[in-house]
Design a binder for this molecule. Structure first.
Ligand code: FAD
Ligand code: NAD
Length: 467
């Protein structure tokens, strides 16, 4: 077979790229190593983690907040088997959805490991070892990433686990030790803390979610401690772990240089992810690697070999599904001569804890570092009528705007449903709105979104109405 474009990898980067190529009239193939489509995001990432976050949030609310709403429950129990089964069904229905989209768009799907024979020939080896080759004019590599392990702390997948195993546990841990206070540690730590686990987070830096605006991590830390009993150990360097059957012992060096010991029944290692290129045969096509295992690409996401592109987690930038998707669309449109553009500064980051956390644009720390004159307006959810009605009064919205022009430079939020609310900030910033522009737009009452309007009012000559 001969294709205009072949996409290797069917995660959000790969399958979206394939659909856009097909929409643009290119004869397209997609190759996926596993026998299901959707990649990390759909199978062991975004979707299953959100399914468990939603299930565990229902349980936590039933156990802790229903009473204040006047709802009494007896004999509340967690049925872990059902929770995991439901998660599996959510994943499966999405798998089927992507397979349907491939068919609908007449994209040929190959299941097997894709590897370059040369620049224009790709070999596909299926699970039984059967090989076939296809010819391609252009190739988009979208092979994603895998969890990073610490060299002195091997993952045994039983008690010392990554996010992949944490999504299929058959019991609620009694004491979950989380190494790394980033997105995965806090999201999956929340799942099990809500279901009753004691969660201890060991973090190398001095804050959780350290790359987001610092105000967000501080507030999240406070709330997770208060509502879920999280314990945080900052500036701790993990040095090892041993699985002793039912118990894992973790050793770390505390800020004073002393060795301290943690004991839990499960240890979740969530210290980041690394690009995945194993078995791709990049050397056969002459594709050069960049830093830290990434494939090197230029601003057009093209590798050093003309006609071979790479997108998503396997290249530089945030390891996020929606970033991978935008890159897939960009490459497809470039292939037919269009001139698309991605504003990487406006790719939002979201943490699906409760309260949710989201940010877009520059953080306060970045603006200070740039020496840029800015003003800031905040609105706390405890002053929101909608938040009081739902009982979700933790958190705030903070808007950072240029001191002279009032253009919004960054929006950082923590609070109820703000994973969805951040879209308003992205829209405003894409259109280079000023804080006053948003402040003058009508926001339905009572909604959580009013907090965005109020924060913009606060940034505009301190004109917030409800604080
Ligand atoms: P991937 O999704 O990793 O897909 C790559 C695919 O390529 C895989 O299916 C792989 O099997 C296949 N492949 C690899 N090599 C070959 C080969 N040689 N031949 C054929 N196929 C191959 N991001 C968000 O934006 N929001 C979230 O809420 C979110 N939650 C997450 C939760 C968890 C627990 C994890 C682990 C990640 C989460 N992420 C989230 C990150 C997100 O999953 C990734 O950023 C995203 O999946 C990257 O997409 P991708 O297409 O680049 O690669
Ligand atoms: P991360 O980069 O978000 O966090 C890793 C944390 O581990 C950091 O805080 C880091 O300081 C800490 N750390 C690193 N080495 C350490 C060590 N030796 N000891 C203690 N702490 C250490 O990585 P992650 O949470 O593993 O997530 C991986 C990727 O997946 C992220 O890039 C993220 O973008 C993506 N993801 C996104 C979402 C989402 O969008 N909601 C959810 C999950 C994962």
């Amino acid at each position: 077979m001969k294709y205009d474009v072949t996409v290797i990898g069917s995660g959000p980067g790969g399958y979206v790229a394939a659909i856009r190529c097909a929409q643009l009239g290119l004869k397209t193939a997609i190759i996926e190593k596993y026998n299901v489509l959707g990649g990390t995001c759909l199978n062991v990432g975004c979707i299953p983690s959100k399914a468990l976050l939603d299930s565990s949030e229902h349980y936590h609310n039933a156990a802790h907040s229903f009473k204040t709403h006047g709802i009494e429950l007896e004999n509340l129990q967690v049925n872990m088997e059902q929770m995991i089964k439901r998660k599996g069904e959510v994943v499966k229905s999405n798998n089927d959805g992507i397979a349907f989209l491939m068919k609908k768009n007449k994209i040929d799907t190959y299941y097997g490991l894709g590897s370059f024979v040369n620049k224009n020939t790709i070999k596909i080896t299926d699970a039984e070892g059967k090989e076939q080759q296809i010819e391609t004019d252009k190739t988009i590599i979208a092979t994603g990433s895998k969890p990073t392990a610490l060299p002195f702390l091997p993952i045994d997948k039983k008690r010392i686990i990554t996010s992949t195993e944490a999504l299929t546990l058959t019991e609620v841990p009694k004491n979950l030790i989380v190494i790394g206070g980033g997105v995965i540690g806090l999201e999956l730590g929340s799942v099990y803390a809500r279901l009753g686990a004691k969660v201890q987070v060991i973090e190398y830096m001095d804050a959780i979610i350290p790359t987001m605006d610092r105000g967000l991590g501080k507030e999240l830390q406070r709330v997770l401690k208060k509502t879920l009993g999280f314990e945080f150990f900052f500036n701790h360097k993990v040095t090892g772990a041993t699985n002793e059957g039912e118990v894992v012992k973790v050793t770390a060096e505390n800020p004073k240089g002393e060795t301290v010991m943690f004991e839990g029944d499960y240890v979740l290692v969530s210290v980041g992810r690394k690009p995945y290129t194993e078995g791709l045969g990049l050397e056969n096509a002459g594709v050069q690697m960049g830093e830290r295992g990434m494939i090197a690409v230029n601003d057009h996401l093209e590798t050093n070999v003309p006609g071979i592109y790479a997108i998503g987690d396997v290249v530089r930038g945030a390891m996020l599904a929606h970033k991978a998707e935008e890159e897939g669309v960009l490459v497809a449109e470039q292939l037919v001569g269009q001139k698309p553009h991605i504003n990487y500064n406006l790719i939002p980051g979201v943490v699906y804890t409760w309260p949710e956390v989201a940010g877009v644009g520059f953080t306060e720390e970045q603006l200070k570092e740039q020496g840029r004159a800015y003003k800031s307006g905040s609105f706390p959810f405890k002053a929101s009528g909608r938040a009081k009605a739902s009982g979700d009064t933790d958190g705030f919205v903070k808007v950072l705007a240029d001191k002279e022009t009032d253009e919004i430079l960054g929006v950082h939020m923590i609070g109820p449903r703000i994973a969805d609310l951040i879209a308003e900030a992205v829209t405003a910033m894409e259109f280079r709105a000023s804080a006053e522009d948003v402040a003058r737009m009508s926001h339905a009452h009572p909604t959580f979104a009013e907090a965005m309007k109020e924060a913009c009012l606060a940034a505009t000559e301190n004109r917030a109405i409800h604080i």
